[in-house]
Design a protein. Structure first.
Lengths: 158, 316
């Protein structure tokens, strides 16, 4: 692949998803939360710490040939709640998706506390985390009440 | 109100109302009066881990009010050992009973059970989480001694790190404007997130390792057991435990009406010489578990406690 082609991949994709306005330095965390870190069959490009008028600096992620689902948007809300998500089809923005972090995050991630009742995977009720603060983001398990460690939470996506 | 999972389920006004109900039910709890307010009602006692006082006092409370009790029995011989989920167990017991008292080793189990059940759940302890019925009996004992909960100076001593009793109680006392002194070995300090949570709610909190220097102007000294298994080193345990042993000789300069409480069982942290002093309240406190739970059972089952219990009740 020539250097020119590589640059083009970062600047424009034919089909896929662009996640813009990711807080600076959080791109890898976003990929982990979306389950597209490490081995993945689709091309993923990311730029980190680029200048942004709105944020000062930001990260941008481009995932080719894959459109984010609602579940993935819900996960994204936990690591980059103010990100902009665009679905690209034939090089043009076909859809802009909004990320909504509600009062409660249901069946998106599992509580990080090892002794919580919900760690028994056979228990059928929904995994529920209450949003107690948006900035900074703070979550508590609906059942055990424990505050959630956001770094740990990334590993607990359902 | 559905069940009682944490003290946050009760407003201060509701807490005081329930304590008033409990006060009126004292002759019933003592067996001096028969008042079958809960006749025909069945309580399910679901204790997934060992309990003596909590389980027995729930059972006594229900029976003193004319109600009946069914027990899960030994977890080792119940369907739990076959891998039944808590959800399924609750679905079953929910159909058999009008109210469920529950203790479970997993934190959050009581809320989980409440979400799965139609009947009210009374949380009798979930892991290191909440134990609100213990808090209610503690508040009852404190108010019985001092006539109020407002603005008291309370020393909580011993294992403040792992003891769910002291966590719940600290939150409740903060709501009534009490001054809190946490006396513990550094290893067993009150978790920082709880201290900051309490301070965020306006609590006046002091942390110290000096128990004996803290008790002279206290209204309540709440002792807890320091467990040997929390320490990696036996010498360290011996040193820490030795600094948290209350003996009658330590009480010469305390306030006349100061009370000493303990959720029991005690090991060495309160010497038997304290038992005969006017300050000892731990056995009354254990008895108060019955009357506090009677009041809670009535409240959650929607049964009003009569204003004049003597007129409503009969002789046994």
């Amino acid at each position: 692949m020539s250097n020119e082609q590589s640059m083009r991949r970062v600047t424009a994709i034919r089909n896929g998803t662009v996640i813009d306005h990711v807080p600076s330095g959080q791109a890898l965390r976003v990929l982990e939360m979306l389950g597209i870190a490490g081995e993945t069959s689709v091309p993923v490009s990311l730029v980190m710490n680029v200048p942004s008028k709105k944020l000062g600096s930001k990260d941008i992620i481009k995932v080719e040939d894959r459109e984010l689902t609602q579940t993935e948007l819900d996960r994204l809300a936990l690591v980059a709640p103010d990100a902009h998500v665009a679905i690209i089809r034939a090089y043009v923005v076909a859809e802009k998706l909004s990320i909504n972090l509600g009062e409660e995050v249901v069946n998106v991630v599992r509580c990080t506390f090892s002794n919580c009742i919900t760690t028994n995977s056979r228990e059928p009720l929904a995994h529920r985390l209450r949003v107690v603060s948006r900035d900074p983001l703070q979550l508590r398990c609906h059942y055990c009440g424990r505050p959630q460690d956001l770094d740990e939470l990334v590993k607990n996506a359902l | 109100m559905t069940g009682l999972i944490t003290m946050d389920d009760l407003t201060n006004e509701e807490i005081l109302d329930i304590l008033d109900d409990a006060e009126r039910l004292l002759p019933v709890a003592k067996g001096e009066l028969y008042l079958p307010l809960l006749q025909g009602r069945i309580m399910g006692n679901l204790f997934f881990e060992p309990s003596t006082r909590t389980r027995m006092s729930f059972e006594t409370a229900m029976k003193r009010l004319g109600g009946d009790v069914i027990n899960l029995g030994d977890v080792k011989t119940s369907s739990v050992v076959k891998g039944e989920t808590l959800y399924d167990t609750i679905q079953m017991v929910d159909g058999y009973t009008d109210i469920i008292a529950m203790r479970h080793p997993r934190q959050g189990a009581a809320q989980y059970a409440q979400d799965a059940a139609r009947v009210p759940i009374l949380n009798g302890g979930d892991g290191a989480g909440n134990h609100p019925t213990q808090t209610m009996l503690d508040l009852f004992t404190i108010r019985q001694a001092h006539g109020t909960l407002d603005g008291l100076k309370v020393v909580l001593a011993g294992d403040l790190r792992y003891g769910r009793t002291v966590h719940s109680l600290s939150h409740a006392l903060t709501r009534f404007g009490c001054e809190l002194i946490f006396a513990s070995p550094s290893l067993l300090r009150m978790p920082a997130e709880i201290v900051s949570d309490l301070q965020g709610h306006g609590a006046d909190v002091t942390e110290t390792e000096d128990l004996y220097g803290s008790i002279n102007d206290a209204d309540v000294v709440y002792m807890t057991r320091i467990q040997k298994e929390r320490f990696a080193d036996e010498d360290e345990y011996a040193r820490c435990a030795g600094a948290y042993k209350l003996h009658a000789k330590h009480l010469s300069d305390v306030k006349e009406d100061m009370i000493i409480m303990h959720p029991l069982p005690r090991v060495d942290e309160i010497h038997p010489s304290v038992d005969s002093t006017r300050h000892a309240r731990y056995f009354e406190q254990a008895f108060n578990g019955v009357v506090a739970r009677m009041a809670l059972l009535c409240r959650l089952l929607g049964v009003a406690v009569p204003a004049d219990v003597s007129a409503a009740g009969g002789a046994l």
